[in-house]
Ligand binder design. Structure first.
Ligand code: PLP
Length: 435
């Protein structure tokens, strides 16, 4: 080439997909793989109910579903979603405070790339990879984070948050993922109100990823951002059809903007996101047309309740198996469909391994682990080569903590239990392998 023109990136890789590539290669060698790495309910066997397919067929019968939609999204759907929000009684919005995207991944990319490079959003640690990758790529510097405490049920360290907000003047916003991926933590109303108060005190905006909001269990509840934001702080909620409907392949997500028109800096920012979207024309039309028909369908609530009950059952099973395993710490998830396990870090070293009988697979796994590979990556790759169970290392959620995330989506509870017991056994074998 005339010049080396690819951006260098920041060395970040999306390990959720990365490890899946390795697993796919092992599958091509004939190995049976259990994909416990990706949060796609449909890929994990969720059966889409007939009534939902009928709704989508009805949408497709309308030729308009093949057309572009308005840049902000279909007007009647935005009106419907604004009404749903307003009926709850918190921050009130109009249809023009809603902007559709091709999945929340697209929204996330644009929300960070619409900020000046020196403006930063502080995010939880660990944090969902798409957020930190987009934030870091926009600014080319490591992210600012506040700690979620694995020894205290993943509660956010709000002193850490305030200290960092106070000392880093470049921070203009706070990200909250509630319920959280990868920890399954559901924020208490008290903590959320404290976060709103910090935003108010330091004049920051709030970015709340609420994609899992309707997937909470164990009797927990949590307010939406719009319920508690009040009328002075600016913020946005991010929502998506991917997990709840579930329709990840539909690529449909949206943001709801609260307290627009009250702060010119924030309004300019939101307008920039809109301008970027305009350059792309619009987002996927079919799912937008389907939203009111699906969410208002008489079968929808009971369908969702059944699924959430299942996640509660699987989360409890996973926690019960993992809680007594030595060398790790685990907290019970109360929302979303993930459980995160943290290793007792001082016990980890580069000499640890799991036995892999096939020398070809051993060689392949070792070739993927260079000297600087994180210890939890070593564990997950060894586990994959040894058992076929595919997990995501915790360090790939921008965390210095060593551990791994298990997805709670397996539809066959016996297979899930068997895999969890294998993971529990392999944790011990791995740690003790260098004794
Ligand atoms: C917290 C969180 N935000 C955003 C996304 C992206 O969702 P979408 O499929 O709408 O792009 C995910 C997907 O796993 C997620 O877990």
């Amino acid at each position: 080439m005339r010049s080396d023109f690819a951006v260098t990136g920041s060395g970040l890789t999306y390990e959720i997909r990365n490890i899946a590539e390795i697993a796919n290669y092992l599958a091509s060698l004939g190995m049976e793989i259990s994909f416990e790495n990706t949060g796609d309910p449909v890929a994990k066997g969720e059966v889409i109910p007939t009534w939902m397919k009928d709704v989508i067929k009805e949408v497709i019968d309308d030729d308009k579903s093949f057309a572009y939609s308005p840049t902000r999204g279909i007007e009647s759907t935005r009106k419907y979603l604004a009404d749903v929000n307003n009926k709850r009684g918190g921050a009130q919005i109009s249809k023009d405070d809603i902007l559709f995207f091709n999945g929340l991944g697209d929204a996330i990319a644009r929300c960070y790339s619409s900020m000046r490079v020196d403006a930063r959003v502080i995010m939880p640690e660990p944090t969902y990879s798409t957020h930190f990758m987009a934030e870091v790529m926009h600014s080319s510097f490591p992210p600012n984070t506040y700690r979620l405490d694995p020894y205290n049920n993943w509660e956010p360290d709000l002193d850490d948050l305030e200290r960092k907000v106070k000392s880093h003047k470049s921070i203009v916003g706070i990200l909250v993922v509630n319920p959280d991926n990868p920890t399954g933590h559901v924020y208490s109303e008290e903590n959320l109100r404290k976060i709103v108060a910090i935003a108010e005190k330091y004049d920051l905006f709030l970015m709340f990823d609420e994609l899992y909001h309707n997937m909470i269990y164990n009797g927990y509840t949590t307010p939406y951002l719009s319920d508690i934001i009040g009328d002075t702080v600016q913020g946005m909620s991010m929502k998506s059809l991917s997990k709840e409907v579930p329709w990840p392949g539909g690529r449909c997500g949206w943001i709801e903007v609260y307290n627009s028109g009250k702060d010119p800096d924030f309004d300019r920012y939101i307008n920039m996101i809109f301008q970027l979207k305009m350059a792309e024309v619009c987002s996927t039309t079919i799912p937008q047309m389907a939203i009111p028909k699906i969410l208002e369908h008489k079968e929808y609530q009971s369908y969702l309740v059944e699924r959430v009950k299942y996640y509660e059952k699987v989360a409890t099973l996973a926690y019960d198996i993992l809680k007594d395993v030595p060398y790790v710490k685990v907290s019970k998830p109360n929302g979303a469909f993930y459980i995160t396990v943290v290793f007792d870090e001082p016990l980890m070293n580069v000499r640890q391994f799991l036995e892999i009988k096939d020398p070809k697979i051993r060689e392949f796994i070792d070739s993927k682990l260079n000297v600087s590979a994180e210890n939890d990556k070593r564990f997950t790759y060894n586990l994959l080569g040894s058992t076929g169970i595919c997990l995501v290392p915790l360090t790939s959620f921008f965390s210095p903590m060593q551990g791994f995330r298990v997805v709670l989506l397996e539809k066959n509870i016996e297979i899930f239990e068997k895999n969890l017991r294998i993971i529990a056994k392999k944790v011990v074998e791995y740690i003790e392998s260098s004794k």
